[in-house]
Design a protein around this ligand. Structure first.
Ligand code: NAX
Length: 326
């Protein structure tokens, strides 16, 4: 029988954790491979996490080998093959960005160090907690021995939002949409790019026109998180869990020939994005490793949008560096 995968999930008692764990139990994340679950939580949420673990028992999943709950990153990450970092300190009213970055560096720095020391040799790390790109940078910087391509920030939710909007606009099923890219930061400055996208076999730009592509589409996708908060009275949870599963399956199984998806990866300088920052790119997975899709032509409009989001990422990196946290 297949040896189990060890999954460590931080923020496991939070909303996204609560949604994701039961989908792991039903095999959506790792197929038929059995899984050991390590739930990492802040000390104040350990009791709630233990409650979620009881419910996981009640799911009577044939795939779950065991569940452990801990507040110690080293215990959670020991031997972990997949680490999903959801737990973060959300921005509260009146909180400066500098404070937000500092508090989160206090979480992701030590977690990076711990995973670098004790995770399995084949570990993959996916960061969801915001600011996701810079939290990924902090995690990776503190785990220098883990190969750089193993770290990703989740931008698949933004990608899925872009796919859905383009399908709605053009009246086709989502399966007809390909070659969309989300570039840059997981924030309002992100650039959902349909310049290379296809609707069926037609260039998306010919179908929707420049006006819609360059204003409405970008605004709707980039502001979708806020729209959900207004409509639902809470941030995106189940769709985030879906995006985590989609990202992970695309990494494990690859994407359709001729297509790609989006993920925040540590830049190797591709597309003029400064080396070392974590930016969303067009990506494909080759033998389970993320690679940036090369050779796409970047016109002046795209250049300006990518540069604007990259400027924000450089700013975040500078702020964390200035605090002595990188
Ligand atoms: P919740 O507040 O429901 O859950 C967060 C959990 O993290 C809490 O249970 C908290 O106790 C835990 N936590 C805090 N510090 C921790 C630490 N040091 N170690 C372990 N756990 C810790 O938020 P939820 O709705 O689950 O969202 C979590 C994060 O996802 C937020 O940062 C949010 O901004 C981010 N998001 C990112 C998205 C993306 O696409 N990248 C989209 C959805 C979401 O907004």
């Amino acid at each position: 029988s297949t040896p189990p995968i060890t999954l460590a999930l931080s923020g496991a008692a939070g909303q996204i954790g609560y949604s994701l764990l039961f989908r792991v139990a039903s095999g959506e994340l790792f197929g038929r491979t059995p899984v050991r679950i390590r739930m990492l939580e802040a000390p104040r949420a350990l009791a709630a996490a233990a409650g979620v673990a009881l419910e996981l028992q009640d799911a009577a999943s044939r795939l779950i080998v065991d569940v452990e709950v801990t507040a110690d990153p080293r215990a959670a990450f020991a031997g972990a093959n997949v680490i999903i970092l959801v737990g973060a300190r959300p921005r509260t009213v009146g909180m400066e960005r500098r404070d937000l970055l500092e508090v989160n560096a206090g979480i992701f720095g030590p977690q990076g160090r711990a995973l670098g020391e004790v995770a399995a040799d084949d570990v993959r790390v996916l960061v969801i907690g915001n600011p996701a790109n810079t939290n990924t940078l902090l995690t990776a910087a503190n785990a220098p021995d883990v190969p750089r391509e193993r770290f990703a920030a989740l931008t698949r939710l933004d990608h899925n939002r872009a796919v859905a909007q383009l399908a709605l606009r053009t009246g086709v099923g989502v399966a007809e949409i390909s070659r969309l890219t989300v570039w840059g930061n997981h924030s309002r400055t992100q650039y959902p790019d349909l310049r290379h996208a296809l609707v069926g076999d037609r260039p998306a730009l010919d179908v929707v026109g420049r006006e819609w592509a360059e204003s409405t589409f970008i605004d709707v996708v980039a502001a979708r998180g806020e729209e959900i908060i207004r409509a639902r009275g809470g941030s995106s949870v189940a769709s985030t869990a879906t995006a985590i599963i989609d990202h992970s399956r695309a990494r494990q199984l690859g994407v359709r020939e001729g297509d790609w998806t989006s993920a925040g990866l540590i830049s190797d300088g591709s597309y003029g994005v400064p080396e070392g920052i974590v930016s969303s790119f067009p990506v494909r997975s080759v033998d389970g490793r993320w690679e940036i899709v090369q050779g796409l032509e970047i016109d002046a409009f795209s250049r300006a949008r990518i540069d604007a989001s990259v400027a924000e990422l450089l700013d975040e990196r500078a702020a964390v560096s200035a605090l002595g946290l990188l």
